[in-house]
Design a protein around this ligand. Structure first.
Ligand code: MGD
Ligand code: MGD
Ligand code: SF4
Ligand code: MO
Length: 682
């Protein structure tokens, strides 16, 4: 008998999606055995029995098997043999022994000669797994290397939320169908949170209206009943303008305000000057739009507001988001099922994290590096000797990425990249270490969009010599003589630890049960209204003080850069993940485009389809133009963290974004860039 040409399906498994996306879907994956005897994933869809996933995976993750089986996936440890300044890297395959001995040797020398501050770990949420993400940091904390502040995405939002509300609790997404008004504010949810759509459609069938507040028209604006195309960075002004009308018309809930909030007088005073006329002048919306929007929020119960992290990626993004999130504290929507505002549901996962990732090993004197400032950290004068990257692709996703790449190319810096894909960061490495995927390692997952906790067993044999991050760090730790036990924890150790808590949300959830059921709903009251009577802040109330204020960003004053650039996510990629799959890059338009309004195109002499040079204070890049009224005058939009290989000049869009930090939480400012656009030769 000859080996079958087509893989023979063997079984279906249910696993949770590990990607950095609020939906944390329950996936049904079909495995098959190929002619080589190896079992592989061949088909992926959503679990039809899961009440939130509802039988579908997004347009991107249905292609996960293709990225997992990608012909260029690194499957063996690789060592760079040519100069790092050569554009095309040449790697040779080495054994794990060789790679680990060499890396540990270099780390040992650095520790002995320059100390732990010469070694930097760099990571984000390529996997959301507690083991391969949060807990993987333990080695570095045991060694005392600089603490990486994980600020690239969510800290401006979480700092803003915490000021008002304490832990990040959100509305149960399964309660959204109760809402009669849904406001999608600074979130392109049809692309970035696609499993909210069935919930919203159910609400709409029951009579709900849906309003999208966003500076440009995208899939979510088209789905919504109304699109408020405000000027970027003016959300605090719009929220204060709405509050002005709530106070003026008596659309506030006096009982809720008295029982559950602190600081109402200050907020009323701050809103007093935000007449519809002034709000219109700042936000670019019409007086009528503002009046009607305020009336809708003021008179529709329950109103559900879904904010995204998008609006926080501005100089004053933290305050802008905070202003919006305070609205339900005035309307009293928190008292109603389906009412309130969600930024994240993550706070409900009250796991025992005291020792996860070596959190208990952190010392106050340990130096800290804000991950948005990687380009600065890699400057030669900072004397970093080694950079270890996992779960992240900073050559593409970090601000000021051209300087990040220049730093990665330093011959005196050892760059170690643990990866599942041959990313541009991996292409800059001295050592590429092949990483396993969520089907190939066991892990535990929370969610920031719903309330199910998950456990994925290791389901497929790792291909080639791919290994989990924690295995690699355990091997380095042994070679470095690290004795901290948590470095060597198994997933079972981690699971026992995180579930060892008396917190009521985890009552009845044991490691055995989680492993047996795979996905378990937190033990929340059936009628979950976390802020119905106050908030777990120091005062026990929703804190309205200090009242948010609108501020004009300083960067707006530079006449050399008259346009503003937004760089939101692409529909068909997850950050830079999937950017190496031809069918998804084709679906996304084959190359990144800069959306520009016809009025700006005319003013700057630019035509649809031609190339333009986009220049900011930080750098310059070339992009093909799409002239469209989806953009607004004065605002250019480039969707997606594309791989350089799909861009006309090989550059990430982050070559022109800056390391500027937000007002709260030290967050990223990816939508804050001021640019000029000029014609470029082809
Ligand atoms: N398809 C897809 N899904 C994803 C991702 C992806 O890359 N692709 N990434 C995942 C990750 S890591 C995250 S953090 C989330 C992010 O997803 P979101 O929370 O949706 O946040 P962003 O994608 O940054 O931006 C969303 C919207 O904010 C708008 N925006 C920009 N500036 C402003 C402003 O000043 N005011 C207002 N009101 N709106 C503004 C943008 O135009 C954009 O439409 O999505 C996750 N899901
Ligand atoms: N201009 C601009 N830039 C942005 C954004 C934007 O909106 N605009 N969004 C920002 C946001 S919100 C975020 S969250 C960041 C995200 O940026 P990143 O966290 O870098 O996300 P990805 O680009 O998807 O890269 C994740 C990498 O982790 C790898 N990975 C996944 N699982 C594992 C694993 O188990 N082990 C190892 N070793 N590797 C693994 C994947 O192969 C992938 O290459 O980008 C930010 N950058
Ligand atoms: S990326 Fe998000 S929407 Fe897509 S399958 Fe994963 S969790 Fe679901
Ligand atoms: Mo993110």
């Amino acid at each position: 008998m000859t080996a079958p040409l087509l893989p023979v399906p063997t079984r279906d498994v249910l696993l949770t999606c590990p990607l950095d996306c609020p939906d944390a879907c329950r996936l049904r994956i079909t495995l098959a055995r190929g002619g080589d005897g190896q079992e592989r994933a061949v088909k992926l869809t959503g679990d039809a029995d899961h009440p939130y996933t509802r039988g579908f995976a997004c347009v991107k993750t249905v292609h996960y098997p293709a990225r997992q089986n990608h012909p260029e996936r690194p499957l063996y440890p690789l060592r760079r043999v040519n100069s790092k300044s050569d554009a095309d890297p040449i790697f040779e395959r080495v054994s794990w022994e060789e790679a680990l001995d060499a890396i540990a040797g270099r780390l040992r020398t650095l520790l002995d000669t320059r100390g732990p501050s010469s070694i930097l770990r760099y990571h984000y949420a390529g996997t959301m797994g507690l083991m391969e993400n949060a807990h993987a940091h333990t080695l570095w904390r045991a060694l005392g290397t600089p603490e990486l502040e994980e600020t690239i995405c969510a800290t401006a939002g979480s700092a803003a939320w915490t000021l008002g509300y304490g832990p990040r609790y959100g509305v149960d997404p399964l309660d959204v169908p109760h809402a009669k008004l849904i406001v999608l504010w600074g979130i392109n949810s049809l692309s970035t949170h696609s499993h909210l759509t069935p919930q919203m459609t159910a609400a709409r069938k029951a009579g709900a209206r849906i309003i999208h507040v966003d500076p440009y028209r995208n899939r979510t604006s088209v789905y919504a009943d109304q699109h408020l195309k405000l000027k970027p960075g003016t959300d605090a002004a719009l929220a204060l303008g709405v509050m002005h009308e709530l106070f003026a018309h008596g659309w506030t809930d006096a009982t809720y305000i008295a029982e559950a909030t602190l600081g109402i007088d200050e907020l009323r005073e701050a809103a007093a000057e935000w007449t519809p006329e002034r709000t219109a002048a700042v936000t670019g919306l019409s007086v009528q739009e503002i009046r009607e929007f305020a009336r809708a929020i003021g008179t529709t119960r329950p109103t559900y507001i879904r904010v995204g992290y998008g609006m926080t990626r501005h100089e004053f993004g933290g305050t802008n988001l905070r202003a919006v999130t305070l609205l339900p504290a005035l309307t009293g929507d928190w008292r109603l099922r389906g009412g309130g505002v969600t930024l994240s549901t993550g706070g409900a996962f009250a796991l025992n994290r005291a020792r996860v990732g070596g959190a208990d090993l952190l010392k106050p004197e340990t130096p800290r590096v804000n991950m948005n400032e990687l380009a600065n950290a890699l400057r030669p004068e900072n004397e970093l000797g080694a950079l270890v990257v996992y779960n992240c692709n900073p050559a593409v996703v970090a601000p000021d990425s051209a300087r990040v790449r220049a730093g990665l190319q330093r011959e005196d810096l050892m760059v170690v990249v643990l990866e599942q894909a041959m990313t541009e960061t991996a292409r800059h490495a001295d050592y590429v270490l092949p990483a396993t995927t969520f089907m190939e390692h066991a892990d535990v997952y929370t969610s920031y969009g719903h309330h199910w906790l998950s456990y994925n067993p290791a389901t497929l044999e790792a291909p080639g010599e791919a290994r989990p991050n924690t295995w690699v760090f355990g091997e380095l730790a042994r070679r470095l003589g690290v004795t901290e036990p948590a470095v060597y924890w198994t997933v079972d150790d981690l699971l026992n630890e995180v579930l060892d808590t008396p917190h009521p949300h985890l009552a009845g959830i044991t490691p055995e049960r989680l492993k047996a059921e795979g996905m378990v709903h937190l033990n929340l009251p059936e009628d979950w209204r976390p802020y119905a009577h106050g908030a777990p802040t120091p005062s026990g109330k929703v804190q309205l003080s200090p009242a948010p204020q609108h501020r004009e960003p300083e960067a707006a004053l530079n006449p050399d850069f008259p346009l503003r650039l937004l760089t939101p996510p692409a529909h068909h990629f997850l950050n830079s993940t999937y950017g190496n799959l031809p069918n998804l890059t084709r679906a996304e338009g084959s190359e990144p485009h800069a959306l520009i309004h016809p009025a700006d195109a005319e003013a700057y002499g630019l035509a649809d389809g031609e190339y333009a040079r986009l220049t900011s204070e930080v750098g310059s890049t070339r992009r093909r133009l799409r002239v469209t009224e989806a953009a607004q005058p004065g605002v250019v939009v480039v969707e997606g963290s594309w791989w350089g290989l799909s861009a006309p000049d090989g550059e990430s869009i982050n070559a022109i974004t800056a390391q500027t930090l937000t007002d709260l939480g030290g967050g990223s400012t990816f939508h804050n860039t001021r640019i000029r656009v000029e014609r470029a030769e082809s």
